[in-house]
Design a protein around this ligand. Structure first.
Ligand SMILES: Nc1ncnc2c1ncn2[C@@H]1O[C@H](COP(=O)(O)OP(=O)(O)OP(=O)(O)O)[C@@H](O)[C@H]1O
Ligand SMILES: Nc1nc2c(ncn2[C@@H]2O[C@H](COP(=O)(O)O)[C@@H](O)[C@H]2O)c(=O)[nH]1
Length: 304
């Protein structure tokens, strides 16, 4: 009979080997060498397999484009506890998970391919606030700085909030093809996305966030179909009005003009790839960033 110490060493070696094997499977799913559905199928066909010992949460987390917030939501919807392993799933849970993996994987993969995310939505929904939060908390993301012909608001900084330029300079930039897109917004001022910094960032593998209006989002999608369009929604219409009035940066007439545009814009939300409700700035920012896999990259560092 082996002494207990030898058993303990062998068990610990086996645990390390199993952890490494699970990590290899997760990497293969992340790198798309293996589909998540085939991992589930292997787990269900052999209780002795490495796959059978994987947690459902880890499998979902390894899918490109799915981050912790979405994974928690999906697991809740599928009725699967976060500690559950693939081998421990009931028949109905297996079916629901399989259907989810089959239905959602292509959409998730499309999102994961895109490092260009466009955040649009009605006036005062919080696009600027959420984008600023992302700029300050996720330095890997380049937040595009637009050019505009509108005057700066108090506190806005040229080159950070916008490039504040006059009509002649805006015309020159249009003529020389320097904009990825541009539009007249709220029937008043012109706004445009400079193309150069975006091309450079994407070429170097960085993710890029554009915070622009809905016409601009449509133009970007037409020029770059791989872009992911995100529509930011207010919790309610009343809250949107409260935010616009509370911001206090527009005259009454301008507020009315913006709310008129907002009603039309809200009707366009179905054209977008994703919708995010801005109840809480930090949570909304995390949802947007998940689409770029930035959060995922951070989570994976230092794990198995
Ligand atoms: N989650 C939130 N909860 C409460 N207030 C918020 C939230 N997000 C943003 N706000 C507030 O709502 C107001 C409008 O936000 P912001 O200026 O970011 O909107 P916007 O969508 O960029 O507007 P616009 O398109 O008109 O430029 C600001 O006063 C901001 O502080
Ligand atoms: N089409 C574009 N729209 C843009 C761009 N930059 C900002 N915007 C949008 O304009 C409105 C008004 O912004 P505000 O700062 O005056 O309140 C808002 O919806 C922005 O998202 C752009 O480059 N192109």
């Amino acid at each position: 009979m082996k002494p207990p110490e030898v058993d303990r060493v062998a068990a610990s070696r086996a645990a390390v080997a199993a952890r490494r094997a699970r990590a290899a499977v997760k990497r293969a799913v992340t790198e798309r060498r293996l589909s998540a559905v085939s991992v589930l199928d292997t787990a269900l066909s052999s209780t002795e397999s490495v796959e059978a010992t994987m947690r459902v949460r880890d499998l979902l987390m390894s899918i490109p484009g799915l981050g912790p917030v979405r994974v928690d939501r999906v697991m809740e919807r599928l009725g699967i506890a976060s500690s559950k392993r693939l081998s421990g799933l009931g028949v109905h849970q297996q079916q629901r998970l399989r259907e989810f993996l089959l239905k959602r994987a292509p959409q998730v993969e499309r999102a994961a391919q895109s490092r260009l995310v466009v955040l649009a939505g009605p006036t005062a929904v919080g696009k600027g606030t959420v984008s600023t939060y992302i700029r300050e908390n996720y330095p890997d993301v380049l937040l595009s700085v637009s050019a505009t012909t509108r005057a700066p608001r108090p506190g806005e900084v040229d080159g950070v909030s916008y490039y504040f330029i006059d009509d002649a300079e805006f015309d020159r930039m249009i003529d020389e093809g320097e904009f990825l897109e541009w539009a007249v917004v709220h029937n008043k001022s012109r706004y445009g996305t400079p193309r150069g910094p975006i091309d450079a960032a994407l070429a170097s593998g960085r993710s890029v966030l554009l915070e622009i209006d809905i016409q601009g989002a449509r133009l970007v999608k037409a020029a770059m179909p791989e872009a992911t369009l995100v529509f930011l929604l207010p919790p309610t219409w009343e809250e949107l009005v409260r935010r616009l009035i509370g911001r206090g940066t527009e005259t009454l007439e301008e507020q009315e003009r913006r709310l008129t545009t907002a009603r039309v814009e809200l009707a366009a939300q179905d054209e977008f790839d994703h919708r995010v409700v801005n109840r809480d700035v930090q949570a909304a920012a995390a949802e947007v960033v998940e689409l770029m896999q930035i959060q995922k990259a951070i989570d994976l560092r230092g794990k198995e």
